[in-house]
Design a protein around this ligand. Structure first.
Ligand code: SF4
Ligand code: ZN
Length: 314
């Protein structure tokens, strides 16, 4: 089994974007269905910070990161900057394109200032690698005095593909992290990839569905399914070699329908990159609208029918 190394992944990368340590590189507010079944606003801040030390095959989050740790005070300043420009929200995602509990990413010295700025939100959601979940999570949970949710990348439960993704995590690592967090009253959401490299379309669907079941079996409260796209260099090489092809929109529809049918927790599909799908002009916007509504309602709607070939293949 060929494993692509860190240095091969790095060698294929295009240039990073220029980002400012005192500004989040993006921020947005969007509605999301809560665990209690209400539709509430979630502010997502894409914090600028040092690049993640992992080198996952499919990752392009490094594009908006720095090579060095941010100066002290920069992360609280980024939060101030975004919140001053965003509408009110009940929940906040502090996403940092890396691992919140990596001290090289978010300086611990800034935690009290961060906590002071986000304490009034009902939920603080941060992303973290399963192998970096320890007592720091509990310290931060206690500082914020509100609900903490940690988003963990499970990616795939296909062990061999997981190894080849270079995530440096086993399913056992993921299970241990979920068990630790949930035992300590920290909710877990997880990211699952739809059709990572080395999977066909049907395998992609099958393993995403199995991943949803696996995550709920372990106590995850919410699964977010991410259709894998290219754009980071190495994925283009894999595509040329026939080892990667993005999933179709119908695969995403199938997986969401499967997840909602389970009735075991919230299942979302990530629509942030949907414009990259080559969609039919007639049914594409309708299908996107259907997925958006299904994310919010958690109810399956009738399929959009269209006579285009893309509706069957894409
Ligand atoms: S752990 Fe997350 S941020 Fe880091 S390389 Fe992997 S996918 Fe990217
Ligand atoms: Zn169509």
């Amino acid at each position: 089994m060929e494993i692509i190394t860190d240095s091969e992944i790095l060698a294929t990368r295009p240039a990073k974007n220029v980002v400012d340590p005192w500004r989040p590189y993006a921020y947005l507010t969007e509605p999301e269905r809560t665990v209690a079944g209400q539709i509430e606003q979630v502010a997502t801040l894409f914090l600028t910070n040092r690049e993640c030390p992992f080198r996952c095959l499919m990752c392009d989050l490094w594009k908006n990161t720095l090579d060095e740790r941010v100066p002290l005070g920069a992360i609280p300043a980024q939060i101030d900057y975004a919140l001053a420009r965003m509408p009110a929200a009940q929940h906040i995602k502090l996403y940092n394109s890396a691992n919140f509990f990596d001290p090289q990413a978010i300086p611990r010295e800034d935690w009290p200032a961060i906590a002071g700025r986000v304490r009034d939100f009902r939920t603080i959601i941060v992303e973290n690698h399963p192998r970096l979940c320890g007592s720091d999570c509990l310290r931060f949970r206690d500082l914020i005095e509100t609900s903490l949710e940690v988003a963990l990348g499970l990616e795939t439960i296909h062990s061999e593909v997981l190894e080849r993704l270079n995530k440096r995590m086993t399913l056992h690592d993921f299970d241990s992290a979920v068990e630790f967090l949930t035992r300590n009253e920290i909710s877990v959401r997880t990211f699952l990839l739809l059709r990572p490299p080395y999977q066909t379309e049907s395998e992609g669907i099958e393993w995403a569905c199995r991943g949803i079941e696996y995550a709920f079996d372990r106590g995850v409260g919410c699964v977010s399914v991410i259709p894998v796209r290219g754009g980071n260099g190495i994925m283009e090489r894999l595509a040329q070699e026939g080892l990667f092809q993005p999933p179709s929109l119908s695969a995403l529809e199938t997986v969401l329908e499967f997840g909602l049918n389970q009735g075991r927790g919230r299942v979302f599909v990530d629509l942030w990159d949907l414009e990259k799908f080559d969609l039919c002009s007639k049914c594409g916007p309708l299908r996107r609208g259907r997925l958006q509504r299904m994310n919010l309602s958690q109810q399956i709607e009738p399929n959009v029918t269209c006579d285009c070939a893309i509706n069957r293949d894409n």
